[in-house]
Design a protein around this ligand. Structure first.
Ligand SMILES: Cc1cc2nc3c(=O)[nH]c(=O)nc-3n(C[C@H](O)[C@H](O)[C@H](O)COP(=O)(O)OP(=O)(O)OC[C@H]3O[C@@H](n4cnc5c(N)ncnc54)[C@H](O)[C@@H]3O)c2cc1C
Length: 418
């Protein structure tokens, strides 16, 4: 894939119209006044049939798993290796449909995408990959259609980059098949509003060295006794994505809440593959931020006159614009590669996903910072919205693994180390 097709450009235009009508007028409320993002996201899903598509995909997967559980013979889904020839246009359009709203919305309000991605990609994604059939049926369908909102909680006050090593949250067996959960989680996207929470903690196993204790996960409901969800933090950027804390004090979770209904259901490797999913969407968010920065910068460079000439006639400004275009092209190519890989039913390696995340986050930060510079004092004012792009870009270098941790992940994966 080297360019958007006519069909994809048409969809893109429709999403852009939606954003102009349904997102742009509410940006101040979303960013600064605590308006939760979920109704706007639900409208997006409804307008583009994304809810129906998600429901249909969910029902298809459940029907398949039920048939397997009944011992029926079911056709294996075609593996990428078995597929021959080029990826179909239909598959490419379907994959592009998942990406275009990310790009278009990130041009104005990246926080909406973070809130949506954590609920659908991370929370529902984790349950659909590692939950039991009963858990998928109970929780995942409504998360995938955004009827319910999800949070995925691993970070703690003292465990961020070292997510597993320093983890303090615990699950203690209650002797009757259930568990007692304790711990604090912080910086949790959708934490303040989530209906469903994937809580990742350490099994309290007497006699086992703390560092060797298993990582286990639970699916919790908002309102469970002992579970408190904090109000949203005030943040530098992505105000549209509510971020908060979770406090668990002797929360009783029955065995049906243990992810996969097994202590080996969703531990380190499950969480690691969720990190991978999270990382791959960052290129599309970065592309939206970079495209918008470049468009606004070009317009300003043409029209802002200083020393009797448009500032775009000065080579120092031209260098910034040229570097922005290089970043835009690189990111667009990464997004095309992502779409083709998805359409082929394949996955990126951990190193590849991390490398894309690292480049995308750094490019977005560099380009948005230079856009503010091109705008001079006006760029520092909220009204121009350039500064919001810069603040929204910064988070890409921190969440889903910091830049530094991506570097470590790339190198370790390339060297074949865990
Ligand atoms: C807006 C927002 C939303 C978030 N959403 C979620 C969520 O939904 N769920 C969730 O579980 N978490 C979430 N997080 C947490 C996020 O993943 C962590 O903030 C991130 O992983 C970094 O952890 P930390 O903040 O503890 O920083 P630290 O790990 O304390 O890092 C501090 C600095 O030290 C560097 N550093 C650490 N270790 C090394 C090393 N070995 N080598 C070199 N440098 C190192 C880091 O790169 C960083 O620069 C979110 C965070 C934010 C800000």
């Amino acid at each position: 894939m080297i360019a958007w097709t006519e069909q994809q450009q048409m969809i893109r235009g429709m999403v852009r119209d939606f954003v102009e009508k349904e997102v742009v007028p509410h940006i101040d409320d979303l960013e600064y006044n605590g308006l939760p993002p979920y109704d706007i996201l639900r409208k997006l899903f409804k307008t583009f049939g994304m809810d129906e598509l998600a429901r249909a995909n969910f029902e298809k997967q459940i029907a398949r798993e039920e048939a397997i559980a009944r011992g029926e013979q079911v056709e294996k889904p075609a593996t990428p290796e078995a597929a021959s020839g080029p990826v179909s246009e239909e598959a490419l359009d379907a994959a592009a449909m998942g990406i275009l709203p990310i790009i278009e919305i990130s041009r104005h309000c990246q926080g909406l995408i973070t809130a949506m991605g954590v609920s659908v990609g991370l929370t529902a994604g984790a349950i659909m990959s590692k939950g039991s059939l009963a858990q998928k049926k109970k929780y995942a369908g409504e998360l995938m259609t955004l009827e319910k909102i999800g949070a995925w909680a691993i970070t703690e006050p003292n465990s961020g980059s070292d997510a597993f090593g320093a983890m303090k949250s615990t699950a203690r067996r209650d002797g009757k098949g259930g568990y007692i959960l304790n711990g604090n989680k912080t910086f949790i996207t959708n934490g303040p509003h989530a209906d469903t929470i994937v809580f990742i903690c350490r099994l309290d196993e007497p006699g086992v060295e703390p560092a060797d204790r298993k990582i286990v996960s639970f699916i919790l409901d908002s309102g469970m006794p002992g579970l408190e969800q904090s109000p949203a933090f005030k943040k530098m950027g992505i105000g549209a994505s509510p971020t908060g804390e979770l406090f668990l004090s002797d929360v009783h979770a029955g065995p049906e809440r243990l992810m996969g209904e097994s202590e080996d259901g969703y531990g380190r490797s499950g969480a690691k593959s969720t990190f991978s999913t999270e990382r791959s969407g960052v290129a599309a968010m970065a592309l939206g931020l970079v495209e918008r920065s470049l468009e606004m910068s070009l317009e300003y460079a043409r029209t802002r006159v200083q020393f009797g000439q448009p500032i775009g006639s000065y080579q120092l400004i031209q260098l910034k614009l040229a570097k922005m275009e290089v970043a835009r092209l690189n990111l667009e190519n990464m997004v095309f590669r992502f779409i083709e890989t998805r359409a082929a039913g394949k996955d990126f390696s951990f190193a590849e996903g991390s490398a894309m995340k690292l480049y995308a986050a750094q490019a977005a930060m560099e380009v948005t910072t230079e856009a503010v510079q091109i705008f001079g004092g006006a760029g520092y004012m909220r009204a121009t919205r350039v500064e919001q792009l810069m603040r929204d870009a910064k988070i890409l270098q921190i969440y889903a693994g910091t830049d530094e941790m991506q570097i470590v992940a790339i190198a370790r994966d390339l060297m074949g180390r865990d």
